[in-house]
Each structure stands twice: as C-alpha cells, then as structure tokens.
Design a protein around this ligand. Structure first.
Ligand SMILES: [Ca+2]
Ligand SMILES: [Ca+2]
Length: 234
C-alpha cells in the first residue's frame, strides 16, 4: 500500500511538470528568471509614427507620451523586457533612456501611474530590459507607456517617434501633450486623431507567467507526503 501511494505521488508530480502550455512557460520559468517568451505583441505596420518624448526644459511644452492597453486573460505575468518599434528623425539621436510607465485603467483611458521605470539597458534594437519587473494581474487592464528621454537641440539630440499599427487590440492607443506645444491632446486623446487614422501603438512585451500559488502548494504537499512515506519505511 505504501509503495502504491509513493508511485502515484511521483506520477502526479511528473504530470504537473508537463501540463503547462509551452508557449507560456519558458526555460527560465522554473528558477524564476525571465524567459525569452514574447507575451504580448502588437507589431508595427508602417501606418504612422508619432512623437512620444521628454524634451529638455526649453521644449517642455512639447513633452508628450503615448499609452496602450494590455490585458492578459490566460494568466498573470511578470513583464521583464519591452520591445518598442520606433524611429528617429535624423538617425544620429542617442536617447539617455526610455521612461516606461504603466497606468491603471480609468474607463477606457489611462488613469493613475502605478509603475515607473527608466530603461537604459538595451539588448537589441528597440529592446530594453526593465529595471524592475512589472506584475500584470490576469484580467486587469493596464496602459503601457514608452517615452524617449531625448533632448531636441542638444548634441546627439533630435526626435524619436513611436510607431503605430492600424490593427487595434482592445481599445485605441492614447496620446497626451499636457503642455500643449503640439496644439492637441492636453488631455488624453486617441493617438489616431493626430493622423486621421485609428491606430494602436506598436510594441511587444517579454516576460513569464506567474507561477500559481496553488501549484506550488500542491507540489509541496506531495513532496512532504513522499518524505513522510519514505521516513516511515525505514
Ligand atoms: Ca521635458
Ligand atoms: Ca490598444
């Protein structure tokens, strides 16, 4: 009887390890490191590219940023890296970094800032590592915002544009220019209003699924059970 119990426990552990969707569970999942899985993808389609930039003080009136909605329906995820499709005006620009912010949802628009990061570590063109991973809970709407920290008139300055796509996921991407330098969007507006299209922002998120506490607890219980059985057999 004890041997049968021991075998069934081991079988349960083995099946738990292979039950996961391979698209969600990357190599790093088990040890808690970032896997290379793209968990959210809105690639650019060349339809538009719009300013989303923090300028130097002389041009603060032009400070602006876009934001787009993300909702994971299958699981909660840790977001570890961002890939932002972008382009420069002159090609000689060197941004100091990128502000990555996440807003909560306010009735279909960005609400309050709930996450603030300054990405400086680049892993590939337009790909940035977040300093602190972001926990995106399942079925909750988050607005992701990317903004180049780039002077306009200083050395290696210029302009950066966030690319867009006409494929809308969720609701349309938003844009804001509180200082009013561009003459639109003092409050959040649809990004597409700037170009007469309906657009989302183009970006991808990389990360890994948050392990379910229930799974960990179950494995722990089974392992304890196995340990107890082995101890009793002595
Ligand atoms: Ca500024
Ligand atoms: Ca959207």
């Amino acid at each position: 009887m004890r041997i049968v119990l021991l075998c069934s426990a081991v079988l349960l552990i083995a099946s738990a390890a292979f039950a996961a969707d391979p698209n969600l569970f990357g190599k790093g999942w088990a040890d808690g490191h970032a896997a290379s899985d793209v968990i959210w993808s809105q690639p650019a389609d060349g339809s538009a590219a719009l300013a989303s930039q923090n300028f130097e003080a002389a041009y603060d009136a032009y400070d602006c940023w876009g934001a787009d909605d993300v909702k994971f329906t299958k699981a909660s995820f840790y977001v570890t890296d961002v890939h932002v499709f972008g382009e420069f005006r002159y090609g000689t620009e060197i941004p100091k970094g990128y502000f990555v912010r996440v807003f909560d949802d306010n009735g279909g628009k960005p609400g309050s800032v709930i996450y603030n990061d300054y990405a400086k570590v680049k892993t590939a063109e337009w790909s940035w590592v977040l300093t602190n991973k972001f926990l995106a809970n399942q079925n909750k709407v988050y607005w992701f915002s990317f903004q180049a920290d780039l002077p306009f008139a200083e050395a290696n300055g210029g302009q950066w544009y966030w690319e867009a796509t006409q494929k809308i996921t969720g609701v349309e991407g938003k844009w804001q220019n509180p200082g009013g330098g561009f003459g639109m969007g003092v409050n959040w507006i649809d990004a597409g209003d700037l170009v007469g299209l309906n657009v989302d922002w183009a970006f991808e998120l990389t990360g890994y699924v948050v392990p379910e506490p229930g799974t960990t607890a179950l494995l722990g219980t089974l392992l304890l059970g196995v340990g107890g059985l082995l101890w009793r057999r002595k």
